[in-house]
Design a binder for this molecule. Structure first.
Ligand code: PLP
Ligand code: TYF
Length: 399
């Protein structure tokens, strides 16, 4: 029955996670998956999350009844406020449709299923983008077109090439944009460049589809990091946003995210919601409750919110510190090449510019695990392993 199947490729990131786990060396370094590690190389569970989990377990008013198709109302409201800002008139306008989803990935899938059924059009994706974007679009059956984005020479954002490409896009196309802390490049447009992107989207009538998986990780300020979304909203765009709490609340395996669709009126929002619910109902019916309850308690309680922001600041602060530590160590050891991009790029990842062969050599000879694209998760660097990492990089770039 199944003998006609051929082996599907393994996901590059999961393959690296597993290769790292299988390595028995004591000095192995995990720069593969974008998951936060403490300076002791340990996964981190937010204290505020642990506290709320206990509260939920002991709350006699809670049960295991199905949630609504679109998830918890207080979760959805909290997510809107976090993304659009507390005083944004859009919050009370009834124009934003929101549903709780299974992580950012779930939100992307729901969002693109909705696009496929109700909008169609080509989807412009940055070159490069997160690998799962390409796979999801492929599965959903939407046509993808690359826009240039990354400039390997400057190791920065190629604004001009992006604008040139988008200015040729067919009207009504969808453009997938990373809100901040672009994965895999760590390269984001400046505020001025976002305005230029907005301009071309307006002129060509392009529909923005934002992916927001790293709010808090780029500038270290939650509000600043979502500048693009708030600005596009202010400029009158209708758009879709897929949001993830995996990283900024450390809820990776709880699968908590949200989809927002900003529409032109409350009336239309009602119709959009009914159709969005059809997408969800036929995919998984309704979301799980625990993660949504944790997030809503953080977002709806001032005390918990402050605790969360404090803990998030520690995490983002450590990543930023690792950037300068790595750059300084590379300079101290006179490692060949210019490494300024390590401190210029932002968020979880650095797009090092190391070649696939150099990455293979780092893994095979030095137990350093990273993507063959040269993407390095900065969260896997610690004050203890940075020296070993730099010595390994020095060897592979000299060969
Ligand atoms: N989008 C981007 C750009 C990501 O990097 C990730 C996770 O790494 C996600 C979405 C989705 O994350 P999750 O499904 O774990 O919430
Ligand atoms: O890009 C990365 O490193 C990770 C990969 O369920 C990932 O974000 C994302 C979602 C998931 C597992 C791994």
């Amino acid at each position: 029955l199944f003998s006609h199947l051929t082996q599907a490729p393994s996901d590059a990131i999961f393959a690296i996670m597993n290769a790292y786990k299988a390595d028995t060396s004591e000095n192995k370094i995990d720069l593969g998956v974008g998951a936060y590690r403490t300076d002791e190389e340990k996964p981190y569970v937010f204290d505020v999350v642990k506290k709320i989990e206990q509260e939920i377990v002991n709350d006699p008013s809670l049960n295991k009844e199905y949630l609504e198709i679109e998830g918890l109302p207080e979760f959805n409201k909290g997510c809107q406020i976090l993304l659009f800002g507390k005083d944004n008139p859009l919050i009370t306008s009834g124009r934003i449709v929101t549903a709780q989803c299974l992580g950012g990935t779930g939100a992307l899938r729901v969002g693109f299923d909705f696009v496929k059924r109700h909008l169609q059009g080509d989807v412009y994706v940055s070159n490069p983008t997160w690998g799962n974007h390409n796979q999801i679009l492929d599965r959903v059956g939407l046509n993808q077109i690359n826009y240039p984005y990354y400039d390997p020479i400057t190791k920065g954002f190629n604004c001009k090439a992006t604008l040139d490409c988008l200015s040729q896009a067919k009207e009504g196309s969808i453009i997938l944009l990373h809100v901040c802390a672009h994965n895999p490049t760590g390269v984001d447009p400046t505020e001025d460049e976002w305005l230029q992107i907005a301009d071309v989207c307006k002129t060509r009538n392009l529909i923005p589809f934002f992916d927001c998986a790293y709010q808090g990780f780029a500038s270290g300020c939650l509000d600043k990091d979502v500048f693009a979304v708030r600005k596009f909203a202010e400029l009158g765009f209708q758009m879709i946003i897929a949001y993830s709490f995996s990283k900024n609340m450390g809820l990776y395996n709880e699968r908590v995210g949200a989809i927002h669709i900003l529409t032109s009126s409350q009336d239309i929002a009602t119709k959009v919601l009914s159709n969005l619910k059809m997408v969800i109902r036929t995919l998984y019916s309704c979301p799980p409750a625990i993660g949504g309850r944790i997030v809503s308690r953080i977002l709806c309680n001032d005390n918990y919110y402050q605790q969360w922001v404090q803990e998030l600041n520690v995490i983002t602060g450590r990543i930023i510190k690792m950037r300068s530590l790595l750059k300084n160590e590379l300079d101290n050891l006179n490692v060949q090449g210019n490494w300024d991009h390590i401190i210029k790029q932002t968020g979880f990842f650095t797009f090092t510019g190391l070649t696939p062969q150099q990455c293979d050599q780092l893994t095979q000879d030095h137990h350093v695990y990273l993507l063959r694209s040269g993407r390095m998760s900065m969260a896997g660097i610690t004050s203890k392993n940075v020296k070993q990492l730099v010595e390994a990089i020095k060897i592979v770039v000299q060969n």
